[in-house]
Design a protein around this ligand. Structure first.
Ligand SMILES: Nc1nc2c(ncn2[C@@H]2O[C@H](COP(=O)(O)OP(=O)(O)OP(=O)(O)O)[C@@H](O)[C@H]2O)c(=O)[nH]1
Length: 508
């Protein structure tokens, strides 16, 4: 995993966790589907960009849900306060002030924490009981507490009590409206609301209050279960980030000390987070804990990134130096190679005729013969020599001789196929290789060459001069080497000269 994608992933996870309280609720079907999507993306180990995209889509819903939760919390706070006020209305002197102040302090502290709502409601229940007990002891005949549990005859004070009870019931019913529970609890809520609103029996109030608390507990319980699953997945994600970084660290041994420190640090942070998640037991503290942990991990990552950027800078500088050196070396090699090729070509080329020279012949003839032998194709060699060339030099001068040496190969070439290879073997001697050519075909070709030269009108200092060539030919035998082939062809040339020149002789 690269640093930037790790950063992105950390950022995405941070965002996800900052919404943990909403993600865990699972009460809004629309939000539920988004939450499921987010979890799937995280569980399958998608990359940071994918997670980011899903979270971005979820953002408006999460904000909406966040606002809904905040308004529910406000509703809970005002409901509890209304319930306390109702008790006070009954008989302010009978409400135990210490307990009341304690309960109000608890409400101020915890009204925003859903997991504390049942606790706050129980606090109210206990305050109500204490208040009513005191009323009972001071008014034994018309005890509200007694009437709470035993149907009594209607009295003036009972009337008052019933009014208060109705108000309490309505207040609780209002709270039920705002209690966000999964849809399969809808029926329970409706039943409870009906019971609360239609209730004229004081005795049933504590039971209804308990039922309300139970429903809240169910909501909170579900939230905690979802949150625990979510955090477990999150924890696995953190461990996998750690593993990726750790394996990436191991694969780059050169960046040793700083990376080792970073790796240990990160590993410890992830382990700590894992342990802390296990031991945390309420939503709010889990949310804060994960946020803090991720923030620490994020800073470690940033620190690591800075170090890596620095190291990368150094590495880039070295690489760039190395690259320049290699480029220079490559350029040198290219120019050296072309110089070498040039020299080699020069060494292989005859400067007077521009034909491949004897060295080139020796380089080419062996592989050529081998290929022909291997493929069982015929190959013939012709050795050509200008007749009485010494006389040309002697009569017309060396420059005229050079001119003849340049013109004769051109005439020879005119009678060759493009596959045929011609070399200046030395002095006034040329060698021609006829690949894939039988002796009969080669003799025909040589005859054409001889004629082409003989027919060419050479002109020396304004005088027409006849030039001819003699040719000796041999065909390569199976297993024969090029030296032997040349020797047989050369022998035929000698015989052609002996026979009177301007002729082709072949070793049949
Ligand atoms: N102008 C010129 N003459 C060359 C060159 N190379 C070799 N020669 C001359 O070619 C001549 C070859 O002579 P010989 O081998 O005796 O040949 P030849 O007797 O004249 O003729 P044949 O008996 O028919 O082969 C010599 O005089 C060499 O000096 C060259 O590059 N330029």
């Amino acid at each position: 995993m690269t640093e930037s994608s790790s950063d992105k992933l950390i950022e995405a996870l941070r965002k996800a966790v900052s919404r943990t309280s909403m993600l865990a609720e699972g009460n809004d079907p629309e939000l539920d589907s988004v939450v499921r999507q987010i979890r799937q993306v995280i569980t399958k180990g998608a990359d940071a960009q994918e997670i980011q995209d899903v979270l971005n889509n979820a953002e408006p819903l999460l904000i909406k849900s966040d606002e809904a939760q905040s308004s529910r919390a406000k509703q809970v706070r005002s409901t509890l306060q209304e319930l306390i006020d109702l008790l006070e209305k009954q008989d302010s002197k009978r409400v135990p002030q210490n307990e009341k102040k304690e309960l109000e302090a608890q409400i101020r502290l915890h009204w925003q924490t859903p997991s504390k709502w049942p606790h706050l409601l129980k606090g109210f229940l206990s305050l109500a009981e204490k208040t009513l007990t005191q009323i009972e002891s001071s008014q034994p005949k018309s005890s509200l507490f007694r009437r709470f549990f035993n149907r009594d005859l209607e009295t003036k004070s009972q009337k008052n009590d019933q009014e208060i009870m109705i108000q309490i019931s309505h207040t609780l019913a209002g709270l039920m409206n705002n209690l966000s529970l999964p849809s399969h609890y809808d029926e329970d809520i409706v039943d409870l609301k009906k019971a609360l609103l239609g209730n004229d029996n004081l005795q049933q109030l504590p039971g209804l209050l308990d039922e309300a608390i139970n429903l809240i507990m169910i909501a909170i319980g579900k939230t905690q279960e979802s949150l625990t699953n979510y955090l477990n997945q999150l924890n696995k994600q953190l461990a996998s980030i750690n593993e990726s970084i750790s394996s990436s660290y191991h694969s780059q041994k050169s960046l040793s000390v700083s990376r080792e420190g970073f790796n240990n640090k990160l590993q410890k942070q992830v382990t700590d987070t894992s342990q802390a998640v296990q031991s945390a037991n309420d939503l709010e503290s889990l949310k804060t804990l994960i946020n803090n942990r991720l923030s620490t991990i994020s800073s470690t990552m940033t620190e690591y990134k800075t170090q890596m950027v620095e190291q990368e800078k150094h590495a880039n500088q070295s690489i760039s130096l190395l690259k320049n050196k290699v480029t220079r070396m490559e350029k040198d090699t290219v120019s050296l190679r072309s110089l070498l090729q040039e020299k080699l070509a020069q060494a292989m080329t005859d400067s007077l005729t521009d034909l491949p020279n004897r060295t080139a012949y020796q380089d080419a003839i062996l592989p050529l013969c081998k290929i022909m032998q291997k493929t069982q194709k015929p190959i013939c060699l012709a050795v050509c020599d200008i007749d009485h060339f010494k006389k040309v030099n002697d009569t017309w001068g060396h420059l005229a001789g050079d001119k003849v040496l340049r013109l004769v190969p051109k005439q020879i070439r005119s009678a060759l196929l493009k596959e045929d290879l011609m070399f200046r073997y030395g002095g006034e001697e040329f060698v021609i290789a006829f690949p894939d050519t039988t002796l009969v075909q080669a003799i025909e070709r040589a005859e054409a060459i001889r004629l082409a030269v003989a027919k060419t009108p050479f002109n020396m200092q304004g005088e027409p001069v006849s030039i001819s060539i003699s040719i000796g030919i041999a065909e390569l035998h199976a297993q024969e080497n090029p030296e032997s082939l040349f020797a047989r062809a050369d022998k035929q040339l000698y015989m052609a000269k002996e026979a009177g020149r301007n002729r082709v002789m072949a070793n049949k």
